[in-house]
Structure formats: C-alpha cells, structure tokens
Design a protein around this ligand. Structure first.
Ligand SMILES: NC(=O)c1ccc[n+]([C@@H]2O[C@H](COP(=O)([O-])OP(=O)(O)OC[C@H]3O[C@@H](n4cnc5c(N)ncnc54)[C@H](OP(=O)(O)O)[C@@H]3O)[C@@H](O)[C@H]2O)c1
Length: 335
C-alpha cells in the first residue's frame, strides 16, 4: 500500500512516499481504509521539529477518515463498511486528561494516518455523521474537537455571550461555527479582508483586519461597548495573548490553544487577576467529547469549511499550502 514517511524533522521536503506492507487488525483492533486526511498546524510543527522529537521514520498526520475494512478478534462494536474517523488521542476515551494520554497521539508518539490502511484500537475510532463526506469528516479529530472542547465542553458557551476567534485557520473557523450553533455573537480577525467577507457569510457578526488594525483589541472594545468578549479561542500565542487579555471581559474565559506567532512571551498578570479571567489550556479532546460534537454537528447539519483538497501524491504541496497561510479553513488530502 502507499503511505508516507517523515524521514527527518526538516520540513515537508522530508516527506517520502513509500510502499508499506498492509497492516492487519490485531485483537481489539480495526483495519481502516483511509479515504481522506486533513492537515493541522501541529503537523507542520512535527515536520520541522517544533513539536519536539519523534521517532523517525514516522507515518505523519493525526487526522483521517475512512471505512472499516476488517475487524480483529474480540471486536463487536464495528463491522466492515462502517464510516469512521480516528481519534487524535487513541487512549483518551473519557474522563479527565492524564499525562499518559500524550503517548497515544496519532502522527506524534504513535504512527499517524498518512497511509491507505491503518490498524487502530477499536476504541480509537468513532462513527462520523452520515451526511458528511470523508473529506469533511477528516477535518474533525483535531481542529474541530479542540474548538468544541474549548467553547462547549469547558466554556459552556451561550447565546448571551460574545466569542472572539483569531484568524481564519482550521480551529478558528470551527470556533466560529460552534459559537454560532449556540447562538453566541462572534467577532473574528484575519490578515485578509476577502477572508473576513467569507467569515461573515459563515455567520460572523463583526470582523477585524489585524493587519490594518494592529491594536485590534481596541476594536474589540469598540465593538462590545467597552465590555470586551466573554470567550476567546487563543491560537496566536506570543503576538496575541497580551492583546487577548485586554480584549477579554471581566470574568471571561481565554482558552489557550496554540501559538501561530510563537509559544512564549510575557503574561500580563494584572489583566488576569484584575478581571478575574479564567485562562485555560486546551488539548484536543476525548472520544466522549468527539461523540457529543458529532451529535451536535449532525443535529444542525453543520458542514466543516474545506479550503482545498490535494491528491495523496501531493502531500508535500498540501503542507506548503498551509505553511503559506493562504488557506481559509481546512486543508484536506484525498487518499
Ligand atoms: N491545543 C490543541 O489541542 C490544538 C489543536 C489544534 C491546533 N492547535 C494550535 O492552534 C493554532 C492554530 O492551528 P490551526 O491548525 O487552526 O492553524 P491554521 O489552520 O494553519 O491557521 C493559522 C491561521 O492563523 C492566523 N494567524 C496567523 N498569525 C496570526 C496572528 N498574529 N494573529 C491572529 N491570527 C493569526 C492566520 O489567519 P488569517 O490568514 O485569517 O490571517 C492563519 O491562517 C496552532 O498554533 C496549533 O498548534 C492546538
């Protein structure tokens, strides 16, 4: 079967298309015929070493969807043909997050989904909403679930709140969609006016170009009558956290998700203390949270936003496209 190996942590040029023996479903496992993959910023970081070292060569990518091709001994909850996605953390089914969970991340400590067939634990896959294509379903395991855990599982977002999403990448557009699903008002930022127009079409109530408004937190205050926003899905890191802590309302919640502009920096403690802000780390989510998210998605007929679908032979080009920042939503690869 065709698959990819990341052979060095020096960027997408180190991706090699290879032939691997087709795996078999061991006891307690299912064999998945992978049909679509999606890229996350995290995969770019794994590829260039910013995510820490991984065992090489590595089959990359956490996110994929497909159909069950075989079931191993003892598996009773799946049958051949079932449509599934893999879960980012194979070992986080429910309950609180534990450090050991980290060792079960696909395309990180464990081999990932960039292959025609993968053998996964029967607990490490989840049914996908029927009406979604494999391409759409492949966007859910990391970006979708991260936004869901932040705003819904932890944030308990409601219709009387205003949510701020930063940029128009994968996590942020899911944040926009899930906030709207719960009736919340959404403000979204981007470097690009055309992307902001598209965000409005998706339901954003107000938009800010963070290039033409480098002090975008002041715009947030203007748009909220000097109150600030109730929840922020913080994906920017170094370049945005201090501004987010200015833009948040008293008693608001800042979900620390990522750092597209870096993962360190100064923390203005007085903004956190003085406004009694809840600042919370978020790391993808559990299978139980994934199930709840899928239920809400199917109930409302929500469709993930796909920027572009690349063929499997062009995986490295897909990485380059996401690195360029030209994308709006998710970059997908068909298998
Ligand atoms: N903790 C977790 O579980 C988890 C899960 C998923 C992702 N993450 C992290 O979350 C971040 C986003 O991931 P992703 O996969 O959604 O990335 P992505 O799809 O590549 O999106 C990146 C987007 O961020 C925006 N951006 C870049 N610089 C910015 C800045 N200075 N201020 C505001 N926005 C900026 C750009 O939007 P415009 O083009 O519109 O300007 C860009 O397209 C990454 O740091 C990733 O590691 C964490």
């Amino acid at each position: 079967m065709h698959a990819y190996h990341l052979t060095a942590q020096t960027g997408p040029a180190a991706l090699q298309r290879i032939e691997l023996a087709e795996p078999t479903a061991g006891p307690g496992q299912v064999l998945v015929r992978v049909r679509a993959l999606s890229l996350n910023y995290r995969d770019l970081m794994v590829a260039d070493g910013r995510y820490g070292s991984v065992e090489l060569p590595l089959v990359p990518l956490s996110d994929g969807a497909g159909e069950i091709a075989a079931v191993g001994a003892g598996v009773t909850n799946w049958k051949v043909g079932d449509r599934v996605a893999g879960t980012f953390f194979q070992a986080w089914t429910s309950g609180p997050f534990r450090r050991e969970t980290l060792a079960s991340a696909l395309g990180g400590k464990l081999p990932g989904m960039a292959a025609e067939y993968v053998a996964l634990s029967a607990e490490g896959v989840i049914a996908i909403p029927e009406y979604l294509s494999f391409a759409e379903a492949a966007t859910l395991p990391c970006a979708g679930l991260t936004a869901w855990q932040a705003l819904v599982t932890r944030g308990n977002v409601s219709a009387d709140e205003t949510v701020l999403a930063l940029g128009t990448g994968g996590v942020s557009l899911f944040a926009l969609q899930f906030a709207r699903l719960h009736g919340a008002r959404v403000i979204i930022t981007s470097s690009d006016d055309a992307k902001l127009e598209r965000a409005r079409a998706l339901g954003a109530d107000a938009t800010i170009n963070y290039r033409s408004h480098p002090d975008w937190e002041k715009e947030v205050h203007r748009l909220t009558g000097k109150v600030g926003v109730d929840q922020i899905v913080e994906v920017g890191g170094t370049g945005t956290l201090a501004k987010s802590l200015r833009a948040i309302a008293a008693g608001g919640q800042v979900h620390l998700v990522g750092g597209v502009s870096g993962f360190s920096g100064e923390i203005p403690l007085l903004d956190i203390i003085g406004k009694m802000v809840v600042v919370r780390g978020i790391y993808v989510g559990s299978r139980g949270m994934f199930a709840a998210m899928n239920q809400a998605i199917a109930h409302r007929g929500l469709r993930p936003v796909i920027d572009r679908i690349f063929p499997f032979a062009e995986l490295a080009q897909a990485y380059q496209h996401q690195i360029s920042g030209a994308h709006f939503g998710k970059v997908v690869i068909s298998v």
